[in-house]
Design a protein around this ligand. Structure first.
Ligand code: CDP
Ligand code: MG
Length: 831
């Protein structure tokens, strides 16, 4: 009946509705009328099947050996020379001295907390202690230990290490998103916190698991906090499970309290003394004078502020502080000078570990260090492949310099580090509840993190920690990190809790540090806007899918709709572009050239489609060889590493959609069946909008009335100055807040507007509130995909000086009914 209803309206839409709307509807209709009933029931079975498939088996299920065999095989392993050789080294770790004590406490308790300095052997040794003791006690066939790691990389890394310590006997496995290695013999499974959380979320009560060890709990990630919450609940029902929390020595008292005074085991370390050198201590004697290209000398007022940060009036120090505070990046010249100072004044080469906020800084730093003699400089961050990562552990004859992000702070240990250089900065997600956006922001580390960084220097002998900040600045740092759950957008969290526990607020309010209830209200409102829950708060079919897609909800929605509307190829790329770093680079000294290069690809009044265009061009060139691609990228200011990221993300998204049965197995991004309508820009934009809504701004040209008439007529002349376009964020209240189109947007130069609405993914607050990526979207796409308020907003937008089109629209009350019908049909399709 629903289909017939739309069919009946069809003629009216074709006759009176503007072309974009009929375009969108036509595709939808086309698909619906073709669909057989059988197809629909097949589709409706899909999510259920999927859920069952997602329940991973417990590590030990089906071990065909009995306790005695497992024990015998372990005893044979212990006889092997390779094993005993490694054991000698293992025994030197402080964790070994605590073995007996640890097993004692664990034997008497269901939950315990272990703290110890990084590198003392918590991650690699304690799980083995549990395993070995149970095998020897004759419980080898049933033991199943899960160890969670905050990052994919550490899960892979420690699994490999522990597996090597056990001579690859098959007892160690891993599971990260999209990749796992485990068998019926796996007893020790290293997985990411996210994997464990999803496993619990899918209803697995861990019946077959004997121990779950949650590592790095001090990091206080959202996933970590939620996992602790789940485990706290689970401990009440699952009477067999034991829980071990492992933490660096940072604020661990909160965990003890949260788990009802769980016993604490402290592993005392063997760290060597580390000397501290603050900026004021070493800078005046360095052969370095800050250049800070483009930075003005401090004004008198600024100088006063600097003096108060330094307790010192040394001019070179003040100038350095000034440059550091003005530069948008860490001063790599200072770091280079420091490294040279270290390598020149010490005859015995060793390891130098530099903590930097991000990958860009790491790259810049490695460049600046190229000229250091007898040294090998290496990057270390989470985006490297595991091979590239492993390079930092390899011994080098000369100086080993590692430029790292905070992954080297607690989860990765490099033994031969003697010097640490701490930039004092870290990039962290910051959530702005005002506009509901999350930004990655560089900021000062906490004192707890600075202490961890410093500790990396004293692993094998006494070390020195050089800090790129003053004592005074350190004393102003926050003592501990704010738990992530209080700093990020919570809509994904709210959605997964909705699926598993129903009442979001009731559940989340029991977390260690519950987020503000207003943040959860906001998250639920966003889920409603996205159509993931109904206004009454019930999960919708779209919500079911989004909960299973491990991507940003907005991008997830785009992907689902892209599959349904058969324009998936471009949507895969668009979603990948939005989750990657910017495709076009814009070097400070070549801004204009860079932006002209990008303008060549401009299409569809859309930054996303422009980037997509450039990406496709690269993909075409790839067939002609990688050197062609490289030259092309260089010439056009395109980042090859972003190209790679987009390619692998596209593939990842595709596999997820396949695993959810939304598209056939064996599909590729260019499969014809996924791309029937890919060349329809209007439809692609409509799907992008459907995901981004309500991140939409209305364009208000300088002289509203005239320009809007022209917009309706199909084109509009470029206003005198593009920057005079006003953009109103239509979400903030009725009036909307004023936002600005960033000059880097291709729309900034656009001469032709077909619609007064742009959708965007991110807003960025610097001097103004900027829209960096904008896509002009058809009005009727907004009406169809923009949710109920869209009608009001669109109407509001069009009343300004509008003549014909809006009159027609207002006389068309059926639009509301149509929108609802479309929704129901989409729901039916997803069910
Ligand atoms: O977890 P925690 O920081 O307490 O230490 P761990 O990760 O168990 O590491 C203990 C020791 O194993 C480190 O000090 C390293 O010497 C060594 N290790 C390694 O060489 N390679 C790895 N992939 C992991 C650990
Ligand atoms: Mg560890």
């Amino acid at each position: 009946a629903a289909v017939r209803f739309i069919e009946e309206q069809w003629a009216d839409i074709e006759d009176n509705g503007p072309p974009e709307m009929s375009q969108v509807l036509r595709y939808f209709m086309h698909r619906k009328t073709e669909a057989e009933d059988a197809d629909i029931s097949e589709v409706s079975a899909a999510p259920q099947d999927k859920r069952r498939g997602r329940q991973q088996k417990g590590g030990t299920r089906g071990d065909d050996r009995n306790d005695a065999t497992v024990r015998l095989e372990f005893e044979k392993l212990r006889q092997k020379k390779a094993y005993t050789d490694i054991l000698v080294a293992r025994k030197r770790l402080p964790a070994f001295a605590a073995q007996e004590n640890f097993l004692n406490v664990l034997g008497k308790n269901r939950c315990m907390v272990v703290v110890g300095e990084t590198g003392c052997g918590k991650t690699t040794q304690l799980p083995q202690f549990v395993l070995d003791s149970l095998i020897l006690a004759g419980h080898g066939s049933e033991v199943s230990i899960i160890v969670t790691q905050p990052r994919r990389l550490s899960a892979l890394g420690v699994a490999a290490r522990v597996s090597a310590e056990r001579l690859e006997d098959g007892s160690v496995g891993y599971a990260i998103r999209g990749e796992s290695k485990q068998s019926s013999r796996t007893k020790l499974l290293f997985c990411t916190t996210g994997v464990a959380l999803r496993r619990l979320g899918s209803g697995d009560k861990l019946q077959n698991v004997t121990h779950i060890i949650v590592d790095e709990v001090h990091e206080r990630s959202v996933d970590g906090d939620l996992l602790l919450l789940e485990l706290k609940m689970l401990l009440q029902n699952n009477k067999k499970l034991k829980v071990i929390l492992m933490s660096a020595t940072i604020n661990h008292e909160v965990f003890i309290k949260y788990f009802n005074d769980a016993p604490l085991l402290t592993i005392s370390g063997f760290t060597h003394p580390v000397k501290d050198r603050y900026l004021e201590d070493y800078l005046p004697s360095l052969p370095y004078r800050p250049s800070g290209k483009g930075v003005k000398r401090p004004s008198e007022k600024e100088r006063e502020a600097l003096v108060s940060q330094a307790d010192n009036t040394d001019e070179s120090l003040l100038l350095a502080l000034h440059v550091i505070s003005k530069a948008d990046r860490v001063d790599v010249e200072l770091i280079a000078a420091l490294v040279k100072h270290i390598t020149e004044s010490n005859t015995n080469p060793g390891g130098i570990l530099i903590f930097l906020p991000g990958v860009q800084e790491i790259q810049a730093c490695l460049n600046a260090l190229k000229s250091v003699p007898n040294a090998k400089a290496l990057p270390l961050h989470a985006n490297l492949s595991s091979d590239e990562q492993r390079a930092v552990f390899a011994p080098t004859p000369g100086w080993k310099i590692i430029a790292a992000t905070n992954v080297a702070e607690t989860s990765i240990t490099i033994d031969d580090v003697i010097y640490v250089i701490d930039s004092g900065k870290v990039k962290e997600a910051q959530y702005d509840p005002e506009n509901g956006l999350t930004k990655l922001e560089e900021q000062w580390v906490t004192r707890a993190a600075a202490r961890q960084r410093r500790g990396r220097a004293g692993r094998t002998k006494p070390g020195i920690c050089y800090k790129l900040y003053t004592r005074k600045q350190e004393s102003n740092m926050q003592p501990f990190p704010i738990p992530e759950i209080k700093r990020v957008a919570l809509e994904s969290v709210a959605l997964s809790v909705k699926v598993t526990h129903g009442d979001v607020k009731d559940f989340v309010s029991q977390a260690i540090d519950p987020p503000a209830m207003s943040a959860l209200d906001h998250a639920l409102a966003v889920l409603d806007e996205l159509g993931a829950i109904s206004p009454e708060g019930n999960l919708t079919p779209m919500g079911q899918y989004l909960a299973m897609l491990p991507v940003d909800l907005r991008l997830g929605k785009m992907l689902v709709l892209g599959a349904i509307f058969q324009c998936l190829g471009p949507i895969l790329t668009a979603a990948a572009i939005m989750s990657s770093k910017s495709l076009f680079v814009s070097p400070m000294d070549k801004r204009e050239e860079a932006s002209q290069a990008r303008a060549k690809f401009a299409t569809g009044n859309s930054d996303i489609l422009t980037d997509l265009n450039a990406y496709d061009e690269c993909a075409r060139l790839r067939e002609k060889g990688t050197s062609r691609v490289r030259a092309f990228c260089e010439e056009n200011f395109i980042s090859t590493s972003t190209i790679r990221d987009i390619t692998s993300l596209r593939q990842e998204f595709l596999s997820t959609l396949i695993s959810l049965n939304l598209i056939p197995r064996g599909s590729t991004p260019s499969s014809p069946s996924l791309n029937t309508h890919s060349s329809r820009t209007g439809l692609v934009k409509a799907v992008i909008l459907a995901g981004l809504w309500p991140r939409v701004a209305r364009v208000v040209l300088p002289k509203d009335a005239i320009k809007f008439d022209r917009v309706q007529a199909g084109t509009v002349q470029r206003a005198n100055e593009a920057r005079e376009y006003k953009f109103f964020d239509i979400r903030v209240g009725d009036q909307g807040g004023r936002v600005f189109l960033h000059p880097s947007s291709v729309l900034f130069r656009s001469a032709e507007w077909k619609s007064p609405f742009v959708a965007f993914f991110q807003k960025q607050q610097t001097t103004k509130l900027w829209l960096r990526d904008a896509t002009e979207v058809p009005i009727y796409a907004i009406l169809l995909f923009g949710g109920p308020v869209a009608v009001k907003h669109v109407a509001g937008g069009l009343t300004i000086g509008n003549k014909d089109a809006f009159v027609k629209l207002r006389a068309w009350p059926r639009i509301g009914v149509l929108v609802n019908q479309l929704r129901r049909l989409l729901d039916a399709q997803l069910k």
